[in-house]
Design a protein around this ligand. Structure first.
Ligand SMILES: Nc1ncnc2c1ncn2[C@@H]1O[C@H](COP(=O)(O)OP(=O)(O)OP(=O)(O)O)[C@@H](O)[C@H]1O
Length: 268
């Protein structure tokens, strides 16, 4: 396997203090696909060591927002900052602090678990020796050490997701984005992934933005951003969002805010 060229990271003269700035700052972001407006003046923050749920129905604009944060798409208007680094002006500094788990699987099924991790590490310019050490450590943490040499295609869906999370953490980001990471997983695999990510928040202080349409993935104490048809309808601590909607629970608050009907199974 040949190593890809590392992503170059331009130097910045001023370095924001990670302790005092939001992990993620979305400021007045709008995006259109031709005439279709997908995001309209979206603003919210994700704090370090917090779990923020981005709650929205299909088509709300969650994936579009993730594509802008990760620079898959250029920002048409507004600003995205990661620990104070503008993703348009200082992409190297910003993306170095960001780990992402996209909704579609992005692992190479014909490579082993370790090979997938080493390939990603090479993209980030991590030395082979360091990458091997981090890969072994992360595989241990997700309980897949004994599968290190197996092909990814032989893993279950939940194991693949755990590997994708491990891969997203290889370069030690301080902000983790996950776009509906539990889609298609069974109850046990979902619970494992959620508890793993929540541990990253409490034990490592990572800021998490978790896009979902499933209410049962949100817990008291989480921050909430309700995105609907490209607009933020409510945001803040879950208890405040519920109170401001004069509701008893997040499900009812969401229905009142969006006028949506809930689906069986706790989904929005
Ligand atoms: N490439 C594209 N071209 C045109 N319209 C698009 C494109 N991608 C998304 N859209 C539209 O933009 C809006 C937001 O879509 P987006 O995929 O960001 O929502 P989402 O909240 O991630 O939905 P889902 O949960 O279904 O993935 C939708 O109206 C969608 O049809």
């Amino acid at each position: 396997m040949t190593s890809p060229a590392p992503i170059t990271e331009p130097r910045e003269t001023s370095r924001p203090d990670p302790a005092t700035v939001p992990a993620l700052a979305i400021d007045g972001v709008s995006h259109s696909y031709g005439p279709r407006r997908a995001l309209m003046d979206v603003s919210f923050n994700v704090q370090p060591a917090s779990f923020t749920a981005l709650l929205g129905l299909n088509g709300a604009g969650k994936s579009t927002l993730f594509s802008l944060i990760t620079r898959l798409f250029g920002i048409q208007s507004g600003r995205v900052g990661i620990f104070g680094h503008d993703v348009s002006k200082s992409p190297g500094e910003a993306l170095r602090l960001l780990g992402v788990v996209f909704q579609p699987r992005t692992l190479d099924l014909d490579l082993s678990l370790t090979q997938n991790l080493l390939y990603h590490a090479a993209l980030h310019g991590i030395s082979r020796r360091e990458a091997s050490a981090r890969s072994a450590e992360l595989l241990g943490r997700i309980g897949l050490s004994d599968r290190a040499g197996s092909k990814v295609r032989d893993l279950s869906g939940g194991q693949m997701r755990r590997l994708e999370i491990a891969r997203a953490l290889l370069h030690r980001p301080r902000l983790l984005l996950l776009d509906e990471p539990t889609v298609g997983l069974d109850v046990k695999a979902r619970a494992d992934i959620i508890s793993h990510v929540r541990q990253l928040v409490t034990e490592q202080g990572i800021g998490v933005l978790w896009a979902t349409h499933l209410f049962d993935e949100i817990m008291a104490g989480d921050d909430l951003v309700v995105l609907h048809q490209g607009k933020v309808l409510a945001q803040g601590p879950m208890s405040r969002v519920i109170a401001e909607a004069s509701a008893q629970d997040v499900n009812t608050a969401f229905m009142r805010l969006t006028g949506a009907q809930t689906m069986p199974g706790g989904g929005a």
